[in-house]
Design a protein around this ligand. Structure first.
Ligand code: SAH
Ligand code: MG
Length: 212
């Protein structure tokens, strides 16, 4: 499986936080698990990772549902290291990544494979009723948010489906520990086994029921 150049280029050109090697692993995982069911992404931002996922999904005529309130996480607000001033809506003074997401996905030619849900992950997860072929957790990185993402969404990962986490750092010097702790919890639960690691991207596969 090789990502078509047009999608790779569109993904690399999009704003976001997905290094090319991890993006390619995301694409390959999406292509591998799309036959199990639709792909859900928590943390859309400007659509960079969404393009990799949708490129993989498109090979099986599958959909990506991507969830974000588009108001930014704590660590990308004004004054923080990863803040991008272009994303501040001058009308409201608040961050809004939605127009950038929309332009990126349309420019990649992947609109028909992507459904954007604008809302808080926790609220959307309460309405969700559909088994998931691949879940990608890359939303808020605080303990509260990542625990909500796991508890609200991981129960929907189908048997044989994938659960992928981004920004997993065993060493606190490299990054925040909340995603790492939740990832360890998923492994400890006995419901998931690790099948792939690429940089800070860890992919697990469901082998038993529950989330621990
Ligand atoms: N996956 C993207 C990066 C996501 S950044 C990429 O690879 O480029 C994290 C995103 O999570 C931000 O856009 C932020 O708005 C969103 N987010 C943070 N907490 C959230 C929550 N509780 N509900 C929905 N979205 C959230
Ligand atoms: Mg990330």
């Amino acid at each position: 499986m090789r990502i078509p150049d047009k999608y790779r280029q569109a993904a690399e050109a999009a704003r976001g936080f997905m290094p090319p090697d991890e993006g390619l692993a995301l694409y390959e995982t999406a292509a591998e698990y799309a036959h199990v069911g639709p792909i859900a992404e928590i943390g859309t931002y400007c659509g960079k990772s969404t393009i990799y996922l949708a490129a993989g999904a498109s090979e099986h005529g599958q959909l990506v549902v991507t969830v974000d309130h588009h108001r930014g996480s704590e660590e990308i607000q004004p004054g923080w290291e990863h803040h991008d001033a272009k994303l501040v809506d001058p009308g409201t003074g608040r961050m809004d990544s939605l127009p950038f997401f929309r332009a990126a996905v349309a420019g990649a030619g992947l609109e028909e494979h992507v459904i954007a849900v604008v809302g808080a992950s926790k609220d959307v997860s309460r309405l969700w009723r559909c088994p998931i072929g691949m879940l990608f957790i890359d939303g808020g990185h605080s303990e509260e948010h990542v625990v909500c993402d796991y508890e609200g969404w991981a129960p929907w990962v189908a048997h044989g489906g994938a659960l992928a986490f981004h920004d997993i750092f065993a060493d606190p010097a490299e990054g925040g520990q909340a995603p790492y702790r939740v990832y360890r919890r998923a492994l400890r639960s006995g419901a998931f086994k690790e099948v792939r690691v690429q940089g800070s991207l860890h992919v697990l596969q469901r082998t038993a029921d529950g989330i621990g």
